[in-house]
Design a protein around this ligand. Structure first.
Ligand code: NDP
Length: 282
């Protein structure tokens, strides 16, 4: 079944369901992405930090697909926020992928405690990448409301997307509400909380009733909430399962039952972007 697309604020369109490759070992990435492409995925989410952009490009070429048939996102790594470093990083990403553009390039983390708190010049460098055609769309990841407000006050371009941790246990309401009020599409990373939400007792009866797995129920909830998702798996059966989301629809009461699982800040699984300051070693 066809994956719906979401129109971004720059007029481009992104498939609402994709395939994420965080923690897929570089040597296994081409194989996992090949399985995903064969299952029908046409949107891949990678990052320089994951070390596996090369395998993404290899799999797209091996599938015999045209570049324009696959939506590829990558991200600026944390050590490269200064404009000249960012320019080298953008070139490095294209080199690794083996393509001359990405569909979407994101600032991976805002790092407000580093670079003298300056992510504005980094964003202005991202604007250059869009103008030069290296990235068709530009966006951010892990930006909190205060970071987005600062970009709005000091720069010209509203990010096309904000990729944030978001799943039933951590629904990140403040950021998602800011995004939606300002025309920024929300991408939900760790959409199944890296597996941790799947044993929740609320999901088993829904899975039973719809004849779907708990992962499919949660991913469908994201789709109906309007979020963009790209679950990760290295398991072929799960890769296929996670793609089968468009032959059923959750009733409003069942969407509400999953809404009720939110634990607020206590449900956050990953780092808090206000203090996260990890910079990988060279
Ligand atoms: P996910 O929520 O996608 O969960 C992945 C985990 O769930 C893996 O352990 C996988 O196991 C397991 N899993 C996948 N499908 C199923 C299934 N159907 N049934 C049971 N278990 C399943 O976590 P991610 O952190 O990977 O998030 C998804 C993507 O979001 C990433 O790959 C990346 O692209 C992006 N991301 C972005 C971040 C950012 O800072 N911008 C941070 C983190 C993620 P297995 O692989 O063994 O099958």
């Amino acid at each position: 079944m066809a994956v719906p697309t979401i129109e971004l604020n720059d007029g481009t369109a992104i498939p609402q369901l994709g395939f994420g490759v965080f923690q897929v070992p570089p040597a296994e990435t081409a194989e996992a992405v090949s399985v995903a492409l064969a299952a029908g995925y046409r949107h891949i989410d990678t990052a320089e930090m994951y070390g596996n952009e090369r395998g993404v490009g290899e799999a797209v070429r091996a599938a015999g697909l045209d570049r324009g048939d696959v939506y590829i996102t990558s991200k600026l790594n944390n050590g490269f926020h200064r404009p000249d470093d960012a320019r080298r990083a953008m070139a490095g990403t294209l080199e690794e992928l083996g393509f001359d553009y990405v569909d979407l390039f994101l600032i991976h983390w805002p790092l407000p405690t580093l670079y003298d708190g300056d992510f504005v010049s980094t964003w202005q460098t991202m604007e250059e990448f869009k103008a030069a055609g290296h990235a068709r769309s530009i966006g951010v990841s892990n930006f909190q409301v205060a970071h987005l407000e600062r970009l709005a006050a000091e720069t010209e371009t509203v990010p096309a997307v904000n990729q944030i941790e978001l799943h039933p246990y951590f629904q990140n309401h403040d950021v998602a509400a800011y995004d939606s009020a300002h025309g920024i599409a929300t991408e939900a990373w760790a959409p199944i909380a890296q597996g941790k939400v799947l044993d929740d007792p609320a999901l088993a009866p829904l899975a039973e009733r719809y004849g779907k797995s708990p992962a499919q129920i949660v991913l469908r909830w994201h789709i109906q909430r309007g979020y963009i998702v790209f679950p990760k798996s290295v398991t072929p059966a799960r890769i296929k399962e996670n793609f089968e989301l468009f032959d059923f629809e959750l009733e409003p009461d069942d969407v509400a039952a999953i809404d009720a699982l939110d634990r607020g800040e206590a449900g956050r699984n990953g780092p808090n972007p206000d203090v996260f300051d990890y910079v990988p070693a060279d």
